[in-house]
Design a protein around this ligand. Structure first.
Ligand SMILES: Nc1nc2c(ncn2[C@@H]2O[C@H](COP(=O)(O)OP(=O)(O)O)[C@@H](O)[C@H]2O)c(=O)[nH]1
Ligand SMILES: [Mg+2]
Length: 324
């Protein structure tokens, strides 16, 4: 039995990490008996506009976890930092991401740092709802910087960009058309690019990758007026540019403060609109799939004669009409 939500939240606000972990376990619960408790928790979770939400994106193996380990190690000297990593694979295995934990050894035991490999399980499922709730929990606990390591796969990145304030893309230097394969939606979401693992590549290749991003950004209007997307080189084994990266992050949030038409709160309101739309569709679809009449109709179709079928669109309208 979960203790009273109000007590748990109070403990979380006082910095009780056990209470925070317990709340994470609750939102990952798939047990029907936890549904109401989860909704009760959601009802009391309020966003905190002081926090800085930072997405770290890039293909698997780009070095996201290693990079976070570096940057957070430095940032945590002065700030409370939470690191959430999303792993859709955990939907199947239910497991945590061992690889990420080992890459974050320098920060794993720091008092100022909270790391949570986020499973995407949970009744109110889906990556977006889960990540959003996880962010809000970390905000209750007073984490000032919240890093979200994404998985580097299309749809997830699109969802995550709506949850974060600052979107960092880790790119590997590549000769030729380095931008091939980066979806337009992601290019638009990027607030800064880190050309990573520069120790492994020739200077010419690094420069040409940089130029390709620069050129591509010149065709895309920035989400934040007046913000020029920095392109930074970094190597987690040689040339450590963590200081420069932290400066860029801080400069960005200062930029948001002085840019009233693109202020953070307004931006987040827009993000919440996206989420509500997303969840309304999801919940609506869940209700449809659970509807007995709908299930009967679909079952009936399976048993009918193919020649007797109307056009599928006509059939779909008939089913919907019978439901509403
Ligand atoms: N040479 C080199 N290897 C790196 C660098 N950063 C990470 N790696 C290695 O790249 C591999 C993948 O890193 P990881 O952080 O797990 O990538 P992720 O999948 O994007 O989180 C690991 O073997 C790291 O040790 C770097 O800057 N230079
Ligand atoms: Mg990783």
């Amino acid at each position: 039995m979960f203790e009273h939500i109000h007590n748990t939240l109070e403990k979380i606000k006082q910095g009780d990490r056990r209470a925070l972990s317990k709340a994470f376990t609750l939102i990952e619960s798939t047990s029907v008996s936890d549904h109401n408790t989860i909704l009760e928790l959601f009802a009391q979770l309020k966003p905190n506009n002081q926090s800085k939400r930072i997405a770290i994106s890039g293909v698997p193996g780009a070095g996201k976890s290693t990079f976070i380990n570096h940057v957070v190690h430095q940032l945590a000297q002065k700030h409370k930092v939470a690191v959430l990593s999303i792993d859709p694979a955990s939907e199947r295995s239910g497991g945590s991401i061992l690889g990420d934990k080992t890459r974050m050894q320098d920060i794993a035991n720091l008092e100022n740092v909270f790391i949570r490999p986020s499973s995407t399980r949970g009744f109110y499922g889906g990556i977006a709802v889960h990540t959003y709730s996880s962010i809000l929990l970390c905000e209750q606990a007073g984490y000032e910087y919240i890093f979200i390591e994404t998985v580097g796969v299309g749809q997830t990145e699109i969802s995550v960009q709506h949850l974060c304030d600052f979107f960092v893309y880790l790119a590997l230097p590549k000769a030729g058309d380095a931008l091939q394969g980066i979806k337009k939606g992601i290019m638009e979401a990027i607030d800064t690019v880190v050309i990573h693992k520069t120790d492994l590549y020739d200077e010419k290749v690094i420069l040409s990758t940089k130029n390709m991003f620069k050129e591509s950004f010149s065709f895309i209007q920035s989400k934040h007026k007046g913000w020029t997307k920095p392109i930074i080189e970094h190597s987690s084994v040689q040339i450590d540019n963590s200081t420069q990266i932290i400066s860029v992050i801080k400069a960005f949030f200062e930029h948001l403060q002085v840019s009233p038409s693109h202020d953070k709160i307004k931006n987040r309101a827009l993000n919440v609109k996206h989420l509500i739309e997303h969840f309304t569709k999801q919940i609506w679809l869940d209700k449809l799939l659970a509807n007995k009449h709908y299930q009967d109709q679909i079952q009936r179709l399976e048993n009918s004669d193919a020649k007797a079928f109307y056009h599928p669109v006509i059939q779909a309208y008939k089913i919907i009409e019978a439901l509403t």
